[in-house]
Write a protein that binds this ligand. Structure first.
Ligand code: SAM
Length: 239
């Protein structure tokens, strides 16, 4: 038997199933600088290796939900893209600009504050409230630790909101970390069942790459636990 789950790469406090209760927890994590569980000072290697398969034009506008202060945004801008992030915590947004030596301008717009500098626009506020007209045209989505940061019960709602922000020709480049527990010996990487349930009706799902990040850990006499990082490319189905 095989059991799978998609999750964040590292341990962060268990979040509630209700996103309204999660927001204060995320804000507190940034206030207390408890970001070691997800923030990295290096650019994600799978982004560097697989992003260009999308063949996007220079200056394409990349939406990054739940962007934190990720240095992946710096790499994307260096590749010639325009970065459009959405992040709840003003501490994270300020840190992104100041730690990268970027002079910014910011403007209040309704429930959001829009921070801008060169190729970077970051909307600070709740992703579930942002509207399509605020973001403007989006050409691709980079999701790293956004879908998987949410409690499983809120993931479908996240996808509905995300689909409302992009046109039908816009794809999603999704990175996940997946644990699977199996008593059947080494198995071929597959598309996670939760990914299928979430995306199948509206997207063509392509599993582009699988990187095994832990050797098998024996968890019972029969079963072993494996952890994989995966790269998915999601293309929306025409209506
Ligand atoms: C797991 S971290 C990932 C950050 C970034 N993607 C990275 O790879 O470093 C999730 C981020 O989403 C932010 N976040 C959580 N809920 C959010 C929401 N409803 N709207 C916008 N950002 C949110 C958190 O503050 C946090 O910075």
């Amino acid at each position: 038997m095989t059991k799978t789950s998609i999750s964040l790469p590292s341990v962060i406090p268990t979040l509630e199933a209700n996103k309204r209760q999660d927001n204060p927890l995320w804000l507190k994590m940034w206030q207390n600088n408890q970001i070691d569980g997800f923030h990295l000072d290096t650019v994600n290697s799978l982004l560097i290796e697989y992003w260009h398969n999308q063949n996007l034009k220079k200056r394409s506008r990349i939406l990054i939900p739940f962007c934190g202060k990720s240095v992946d945004m710096i790499w994307l801008a260096e590749q010639g893209f325009q970065v459009v992030g959405v992040e709840l915590s003003p501490i994270a947004v300020r840190a992104f600009f100041t730690e990268n030596g970027l002079k910014y301008k910011k403007k209040r717009e309704g429930n959001f504050t829009c921070w801008k500098s060169g190729p970077f626009t970051i909307w600070c506020g709740d992703f579930f409230s942002i509207q399509k007209y605020q973001l403007g045209r989006i050409d691709s989505v980079f999701d790293k630790a956004a879908l998987t940061a949410l409690p499983a019960e809120v993931r479908a709602q996240y996808l509905t909101q995300l689909r409302g922000l992009i046109d039908i020709d816009v794809g999603i480049f999704l990175l996940t970390t997946e644990d699977f527990e199996t008593d059947q010996g080494l198995i071929t990487p597959e598309i996670d069942s939760e990914i299928i349930a979430l995306f199948h009706s509206n997207f063509h799902i392509q599993l582009t790459h699988t990187q095994r990040i832990s050797a098998a850990v024996q968890i019972t006499a029969q079963a072993c636990l494996y952890t994989d990082n995966k790269v998915y490319n999601m293309r929306q189905r025409a209506l």
